[in-house]
Design a protein around this ligand. Structure first.
Ligand code: NZQ
Ligand code: ZN
Length: 385
């Protein structure tokens, strides 16, 4: 296991009714900007509950943050926050609203053009406005991590930054607020969380049995509970377990002291930037082929994954590995997220498009061994057609 420094300051309030805690969590006297998306929070009661909890506070609102939030939209929130001298941000929504709010929080304390925050992955970010979160979509883990992904529409760039300054102060996770999710977003959330675990687990053995077994437990929970959320959408226990799984998948815990991959995510971000696919759709396309193309380097962990997660013990090693990858594909399909480029109307030109974008963005040495070159990326995408 490598050396590590584990730091996660986000306070989590989990369960039905926890939104009322906003009254005491948001500092009295704060000038609050509440940020949200396209309106789902108004249809499922979250908006009303948040406003009621903040009845004693000064609250401004910025709605309309879109999935895969754009710089162009967020500039409006930055301007509003400046104009009203806001000093606390409250993100109410899914990963896109939370990520967008992190970007706004950093931009408000940043000297220079906001988009340059993305340079060197956010290394220049020193400070940010305090941020709280009310989560409505379990998927990204953004509610308790320090990462944000924003798209610049003008240049079709989707880029991430990380900074301790943007860890949320608190995150409220009320599973009942996820009952209203469309099936597509339920599937997306489960696939995204699954792939987050895989990016930190499916590399090479690193003498880290605790991280491995946490990861395997999260994968098994997602496999067991995910289909139940589609079959019985109002089952609170199922939603609660999915929500907690997605948070733990990317709050830093399972990633400490172990090698991490993230090549699937980097290809996926280019697919979204170019063709507008949902984040999880891109992962469902890329991950299985990535695993097949990099089978030799990932052999030991693929065998462990086959045995411990899918219970595959029979047959020779290659048979078990292929069966585990096929089971993974079938699971994504079962969650309603197809795994081929063609399923989304994309052909060979998308392979060229993504490879060119990776080169243009200098993402030419990806993965835990930095051996995912544009050529390897091409092989994976070809296999995913
Ligand atoms: O905009 P509204 O009307 O709220 O509708 C949203 C949106 O259309 C809807 N929704 C959310 N909660 C709902 C709901 N509909 C009904 N009931 C509810 N309770 O769902 C749609 C998708 O929302 P979005 O926030 O875009 O989804 P998600 O949470 O999957 O976030 C995706 C974004 O997060 C980034 C992705 O790249 C993408 O931009 N990621 C962020 C990460 C991070 N910060 O650590 C890591 C991830 O790998 C990922 O890259
Ligand atoms: Zn993701």
């Amino acid at each position: 296991m490598f050396n590590f420094d584990f730091h996660n300051p986000t306070q989590v309030l989990f369960g039905q009714g926890q939104i009322s805690a906003l009254a005491r969590l948001v500092p009295a006297g704060a000038r609050v900007l509440m940020l949200y998306g396209g309106g789902s929070i108004k249809r499922n009661g979250t908006y009303e509950e948040v406003r009621a909890a903040l009845a004693g506070h000064t609250v401004f609102e910025f709605g309309g943050i879109e999935p895969n939030p754009t710089l162009e939209t967020l500039e409006g929130a930055i301007a509003l926050a400046r104009r009203e001298q806001v000093d606390f941000l409250l993100a109410v929504g899914g990963g896109s609203v939370i990520d967008g709010s992190k970007f706004v929080a950093a931009a408000l304390c940043f000297d220079g053009e906001p988009w340059t925050i993305m340079d060197k992955g956010g290394a220049a970010v020193q400070r940010a406005l305090p941020l709280g979160v009310v989560l409505t979509l379990p998927a990204t883990g953004s509610e308790t991590n320090s990462a944000a992904v924003v798209t610049r529409r003008a240049t079709q760039e989707k880029r991430a930054f990380m900074s301790r300054a943007v860890f949320p102060r608190f995150a409220i996770l009320d599973p009942s607020k996820t009952f209203s999710l469309p099936a597509r977003q339920v599937g997306n959330g489960v696939v995204d969380a699954f792939v987050h675990v895989m990016e930190q687990y499916l590399t090479y053995p690193a003498d880290a049995p605790v991280q491995d077994r946490f990861a395997e437990g999260l994968l098994q929970t997602l496999i067991e509970e995910g289909p139940k959320a589609l079959a019985t959408p109002e089952d609170y226990a199922v939603r609660a377990n999915l929500m907690w799984s997605a948070t733990l998948a990317l709050n830093g815990l399972i990633g400490v002291g172990v090698p991490q991959d993230w090549a699937t995510h980097m290809l996926g971000h280019e697919l979204t930037a170019l063709y507008g696919l949902d984040h999880a759709q891109t992962l469902a396309i890329v991950l299985p082929s990535m695993l097949r193309v990099r089978k030799a380097a990932k052999r030991a962990k693929l065998l462990q994954f086959a045995e411990r997660v899918w219970g595959l013990r029979a047959g020779d090693e290659d048979t078990r590995i292929e069966a585990a990858i096929t089971r993974t594909e079938q699971f994504f399909a079962q969650m309603g997220v197809p795994t081929r480029l063609a399923d989304y109307g994309l052909d060979a030109s998308a392979v060229d498009g993504v490879v060119q974008a990776l080169e243009a963005h200098r993402l030419t040495k990806l993965g835990e061994a930095r051996d995912v070159t544009p050529d390897v990326a091409r092989q994976a995408l070809e296999l995913a057609r």
